[in-house]
Ligand binder design. Structure first.
Ligand code: COA
Length: 337
């Protein structure tokens, strides 16, 4: 049975059950990924940017012998802008019996009622989700490569040199936890200037100062600590390059690399390598439990992939964005239901 679930008021046992399902899915599909911890999991799921809403559903399994809460699967949709971003997970022991399809149909009907035209979803390469979303008529829109850096293999002495390798005229700064207010405008401008029209739609970036403030605030509320290294152009005070890493309380041994940007006028001065190297050096002391960093890059972004390879990142899997027209999906699934 699929039922809507208010994650803000769900019992701790329900949240623990969701975590167990997520970890069973990870163990089956992405066994190299660290399991998630319960710390800040509720906040991760319920804290949002202004104007965004998340609606969640749970597919219940038959109660276990001990009568404990058991989850066969779960889905949630994040309504942002004009798109509903869907996540669906089905416990490995409950797969291929229509639970996933039922969850998608329930979510799609609701997204339709809410007046949204498109659902987008991330599907991980070499997992059943690719065949699943293609069977449901989703179309592949965009592909990125996820790469993972194992910090145990990093040449720290070499990294020290790389971090120093920025041309004269730039000053590299480290900002744990966020940004000083006087840098917010210049930072948002750098992001806007380097905006990549080819970027995927599902992880929007922050191109204006207020959205940037909201986004940093939202990360903290979700239990995720942002770290920023930036290169300031000394002559103009402009932010010439920036790199962002987030350490989530939910999996604190593996950090997520967010944006790395070098503004077009400042390319060719060693900024990309230097800021990424400085970030790793800083994280080593700020987050000593950290063992890995993961990052996602468009396959066309050869320059970024080259720098990442030099730092020791190893390509891991394809990460695909799929989308579907909501009315069409609802009508199709209703017809076979
Ligand atoms: C993708 C997923 C949601 C599918 O759930 P499910 O309940 O097994 O899916 P359904 O039984 O509703 O399958 C619907 C259709 O999708 C297709 N499908 C689903 N799994 C498939 C697989 N492993 N191989 C081929 N086709 C598949 C089939 O066409 C299936 O219809 P059929 O069983 O009548 O042939 C589930 O495998 C899952 O949770 N995967 C993990 C998702 C994920 O994001 N993992 C990584 C990040 S944590």
């Amino acid at each position: 049975m699929v039922r809507e679930c208010d994650l803000r008021t769900a019992s701790s046992a329900e949240i623990a059950s969701l975590r167990d399902t997520l970890n069973a899915v990870l163990a089956a599909d992405l066994p190299q990924d660290p399991p998630w911890q319960e710390r800040s999991l509720r906040e991760y799921l319920t804290e949002m940017m202004p104007g965004e809403r998340r609606i969640a559903w749970v597919a219940e399994a038959d109660p276990g012998e001990d009568g404990g809460v058991t989850t066969a699967g779960m889905a949630n949709v994040l309504l942002l802008g004009s798109i509903g971003v869907l996540e669906v997970l089905v416990h490995p022991s409950a797969r291929r019996s229509g639970v996933g399809r039922e969850l998608v149909l329930t979510a799609a009907r609701r997204v339709y009622q809410e007046g949204f035209q498109t659902i987008g979803v991330e599907a991980v390469g070499d997992t059943p989700s690719i065949a699943f979303f293609e069977a449901l008529g989703f179309t592949k829109e965009y592909v990125e490569t996820r790469s993972v850096l194992d910090l145990a293999g990093v040449d720290w002495a070499g990294l020290d040199k790389t971090a120093e390798g920025v041309s004269a005229g730039y000053h590299v700064q480290f900002h744990p936890g966020g940004l000083p207010d006087q840098l917010i405008d210049a930072y948002a401008r750098a992001k806007a200037e380097a905006r990549d029209v080819e970027d995927g739609e599902l992880r929007p970036s922050s191109y204006d100062p207020q959205r940037l403030r909201d986004s940093l605030d939202c990360l903290h509320r979700r239990g995720m600590t942002p770290y920023i290294v930036l290169a300031v152009h000394e002559h103009t005070g402009e932010v010439a390059g920036l790199t962002e890493v987030v350490v989530p309380a939910q999996h604190p041994t593996r950090a997520d690399q967010y944006d790395t940007i070098v503004v077009p006028d400042h390319r060719g001065y060693g900024i990309d390598r230097a800021i990424k190297a400085r970030m790793l050096l800083e994280l080593r002391s700020a987050e000593p439990q950290l063992t890995e960093v993961q990052t996602w890059n468009a396959q066309a972004n050869e320059a970024m992939l080259k720098v990442n390879a030099e730092l020791g990142y190893r390509p891991d899997r394809e990460w695909c964005e799929y989308s579907v027209d909501v009315p069409e999906l609802v009508h199709r699934l209703d017809a076979i239901h």
